[in-house]
Ligand binder design. Structure first.
Ligand code: NAD
Length: 437
């Protein structure tokens, strides 16, 4: 197989984050500084800790992913971004309460130097928070142009040739697909007319793609996942991906459901509930923002279990997801799942999961990996939707003619085979007949 030509990762890579003062962003940036200083390990990150098998099992070739594909080094990342709060990252990290105080104190110098740019924000789309650090503009188009100026200035000030943008801002209210999203021309005209179906996250995505900056969406709101922006990304050769980091409960769901299906066990109920007390939880306490999250969380089981082709096993599945804002827990979410399954002759059984997770501790490595893989994709000339990065998302973007691939193990194989393909290695089929000749 032929290796794809990949431009080298020379120089620094800018990482632009809408939501710079949030829990994920501060955990990501603080975590990277801690890793660089040798104070912690980048656990949960495929780019830093993951390995990939190459060739036959007898070849014993299992390099680290970062030694196999040319990724940007952690030392070469430069962070910047936007937020509605006018505070430095030291203050933000203390408020987010994810990293321990002693860890934050040890990063005081680096964190204090980072302040967000003014955000493109509109309370119509995120009801439960407000802040002073917000751009002014007559139209949404004006705001988007200001974002372009910010991106260009950030690159110039830091001497950067390359940058990636990753949405770590609050979940916006639910917006169903609208005609204004259907083509780039309609979208750009809509920005000038302040169309209500154009939310701030789509403005950031438009500005990034216009600047040839790859874009990932870590939240469930539309952002880059509309035909107009997919069209722009394809035209400009900019890689994009989303949506909604696959962290706690949905990670468990996409691990357990494929296993039950593999054993042809039936499921007739899956009840999921959470308590969460961080700012994300507060935003999701608004029913319109929760609706966006609910749609993203609900979609996974249907595409994994395929009730249309397995009616005896899954056609009556009742799937319910709740998120409850409960401040005492902060970022330390607790997620319960009750799964009603059935086996031989329909005899019922139950599975209970109680996952005491840490939301941002699970999300930060995903954000890091997405930044590095999107930059790789750009240097490899891969524009448009990056379905091979589905592994990282609850609600992955996909071509309109196929369903989203949500099974974590299929996603992993897709991801690994894409890396092998990129580097001209043989794809692994798991046929295994060569060992028995
Ligand atoms: N933490 C997780 O495990 C997880 C998992 C999946 C998805 N997500 C999503 O990732 C996003 C970030 O999560 P978090 O826990 O860091 O949330 P957070 O509330 O701590 O941070 C979000 C930040 O975005 C800022 N913000 C809101 N609108 C903005 C705008 N238009 N421009 C710039 N900044 C804006 C807020 O002021 C806040 O500082 C949320 O949408 C969340 O739903 C989180």
């Amino acid at each position: 197989m032929k290796k794809t030509k990949i431009a080298p990762a020379n120089g620094k890579l800018g990482v632009l984050i809408p939501g710079l003062c949030g829990a994920i962003s501060t955990t990501l940036i603080g975590g990277i500084e801690a890793v660089k200083a040798g104070k912690g390990k980048p656990i949960g990150s495929l780019t830093q800790m993951g390995r990939i098998r190459l060739g036959k099992r007898t070849d014993k070739r299992n390099p680290l992913i970062k030694d196999f594909v040319p990724l940007t080094k952690l030392d070469d990342l430069v962070f910047g971004g936007w937020d509605i709060f006018d505070e430095n990252l030291y203050e933000s990290a203390l408020k987010a309460g994810v990293l321990e105080k002693t860890q934050i104190e040890s990063l005081k110098q680096e964190f204090s130097a980072l302040r967000p740019m003014k955000a493109a924000f509109d309370r119509d789309y995120v009801k439960n928070i407000t802040g002073p650090n917000v751009k002014k503009g007559k139209t949404k188009y004006d705001l988007a142009l200001q974002l372009i100026v910010d991106i260009q200035a950030f690159k110039k000030d830091n001497g950067l040739d390359r940058a990636v943008m990753i949405w770590c801002a609050s979940t916006e209210t639910y917006i169903p697909p609208n005609d204004v999203h259907s083509t780039l021309a309609k979208f750009e005209a809509g920005m000038k007319k302040n169309h209500p179906a154009i939310s701030p996250s789509t403005l950031y995505a438009w500005a990034a793609i216009k600047c040839r900056v790859p874009f990932a969406n870590g939240a469930p709101n539309l952002s880059c996942n509309i035909p107009a922006l997919i069209e722009l990304a394809r035209k400009t050769g900019v890689p994009i991906c989303g949506s909604d980091y696959k962290t706690g409960q949905t990670l468990m769901k996409t691990i357990i459901a494929p296993g039950l299906k593999a054993r042809a066990l039936g499921i007739n109920g899956w009840f999921s509930t959470n308590i969460l007390g961080n700012r994300d939880g507060e935003v999701l306490d608004d029913p319109q923002s929760f609706k966006t999250k609910e749609v993203s969380k609900l979609s996974v089981l249907e595409s994994i279990l395929q009730p249309e082709i397995y009616p005896d096993l899954y056609k009556d599945l009742y799937h319910k997801v709740n998120i409850n804002y409960y401040p005492p827990r902060g970022d330390n979410k607790e997620g319960w799942d009750n799964i009603d399954i059935f086996g031989w002759l329909g005899y019922p059984m139950q599975i209970k999961v109680d996952f005491l997770c840490r939301d941002s501790i699970l999300a930060a490595p995903l954000a890091l990996d997405l930044v590095l893989f999107l930059d790789l994709a750009k240097r490899a000339g891969m524009g448009g939707t990056q379905e091979w990065l589905s592994f990282f998302f609850k609600s992955p973007m996909h071509a309109p003619e196929v369903y989203a691939e949500n099974d974590l193990f299929v996603q992993l194989e897709k991801f690994e085979n894409n890396l092998r393909h990129l580097m001209g290695e043989t794809l692994i089929t798991h046929l295994g007949t060569e060992y028995y000749r």
